[in-house]
Design a protein around this ligand. Structure first.
Ligand code: SAH
Length: 381
């Protein structure tokens, strides 16, 4: 399916059951436009932007530099929305996972991974996924729909609410980095992801810089260049295999965009240099892709690409048809890649006890027939 058709078929709903318009997720231009529609000057949009994205205020009553009447008027027509939280769990290692529920009842997960000198929020882009990668739990869940830009931005805002991180601090942030590595394939929902990330990167708001945002893709080749040119975020590629034969099997999108094409797109990624490398993610599957010969073939493939390799020990889930490689095997693989001149850290599994580790995310959301869903939404208005 083309990326356009995909976007159309899995579009998020536009109806708001409250009848009030959500201001979260509007671009600056759209926010100005919304103010113009109620006869307000453009600087109102700037004030609101500050309250919503810098201070994290969700109640208009708290926006103290706006007149009382204006605040009351805003509250009649608009909301500063958040999804509801179905589950909020914390791992023994401090990793925290939220299962969020949106207005139409669909759910996704976001995960916060605290580290000594930083904290990363792993954000979802879709409810479910179409890619069916064989080692991924989300891949066993069908794609329900794309997330809207507001739903993507709201994941960051909600995490900040829960971590008490408003107003946007300058340093020492609990959420210093964002990875688009949650549920879904971000480049199959490019428009909404791009709109959301532009809001997240805006300097007068949430203000997380493009260098601290990593978008991970299984390889939607036609969208890679645009992502680099328009967003300039860091790129991660879920490679996981060094031959088309194996990758066709475990990352089926490879049948459409084989390894050579994918690596070519990587070579041409805008803004690539030794300080801005592409991360290649490689899940370590016992006796499947973890031999020294695989490691050497990986090194050959990456030749000429400013790259680092992130080795991810396979995280098991119920019924998974793979096992994790042994620590010795992972270390030997890592050494070969490292000795060839590429950083090759082994990703420590985080949040395994709460099923929050890479590839373990899955929500109970299932795809309903679109007509039934639309009818339910209309009924709710
Ligand atoms: N669809 C995008 C975004 C998801 S990122 C992509 O594929 O890049 C999630 C990362 O975790 C991907 O690299 C994915 O391949 C990896 N992953 C999936 N299942 C895993 C598992 N069971 N164990 C370890 N890593 C896994």
């Amino acid at each position: 399916m083309s990326t356009e058709k995909h976007a159309e078929q899995f579009a998020p709903p536009e109806v708001d059951e409250t009848g009030r318009r959500n201001l979260v997720g509007l671009s600056r231009e759209e926010l100005s436009q919304a103010m113009a529609e109620i006869g307000q000057p453009a600087f109102r949009a700037r004030q609101l932007w500050h309250w919503i994205y810098h201070r994290g205020v969700t109640d208009f009553a708290g926006m103290s530099n706006l007149s009382k009447e204006f605040r009351a008027g805003l509250a009649e027509q608009f909301v500063v929305g958040r999804p509801s939280v179905s589950v909020d769990r914390q791992s023994v290692d401090g990793t925290r996972k939220w299962l969020l529920k949106f207005r139409d009842g669909q759910e996704v997960e976001s995960v916060h991974i605290p580290e000594e000198d930083r904290g990363t929020l792993c954000v979802s882009s879709q409810v479910g996924c179409t890619l069916t990668c064989k080692f991924c739990h989300t891949g066993t869940q069908r794609l329900v729909r794309n997330l809207s830009a507001p739903e993507i931005v709201a994941q960051v805002m909600l995490a900040r609410d829960h971590l008490g991180e408003w107003p946007s601090p300058k340093d020492g942030r609990l959420i210093s980095n964002i990875v688009m590595m949650g549920m879904g394939e971000p480049l199959y929902n490019y428009d909404n992801v791009a709109k959301a990330l532009k809001i997240v990167m805006d300097n007068e708001g949430i203000a997380i810089s493009r260098r601290r945002i990593t978008l991970s893709t299984a390889g939607v080749v036609p969208m890679i260049e645009r992502c680099g040119a328009e967003l300039g975020v860091m790129l991660a590629i879920s490679l996981h295999a060094v031959t088309d034969e194996l990758r066709d099997r475990i990352v089926p999108i490879n049948r459409k965009y084989p390894i050579a094409e994918l690596l070519n797109a990587c070579r041409n990624y805008p803004g690539l240099n030794n300080a801005r490398r592409i991360t290649f993610e490689y899940v370590m599957l016992k006796d499947v892709n973890d031999s020294p010969a695989d490691a050497r073939a990986l090194v050959r493939l990456l030749k000429g690409i400013p790259a680092k390799v992130n080795l991810i020990p396979f995280n098991p889930w119920p019924g998974a048809p793979f096992e994790r490689s042994t620590p010795e095997r992972i270390a030997a693989f890592s050494d070969i890649v490292f000795n060839a001149g590429y950083a090759s850290p082994v990703r420590t599994p985080r949040g395994e006890d709460i099923m929050a580790a890479c590839g373990q995310l899955k929500s109970a959301s299932v795809k309903e027939r679109r007509s039934a869903r639309d009818a339910a939404l209309r009924a709710a208005v």
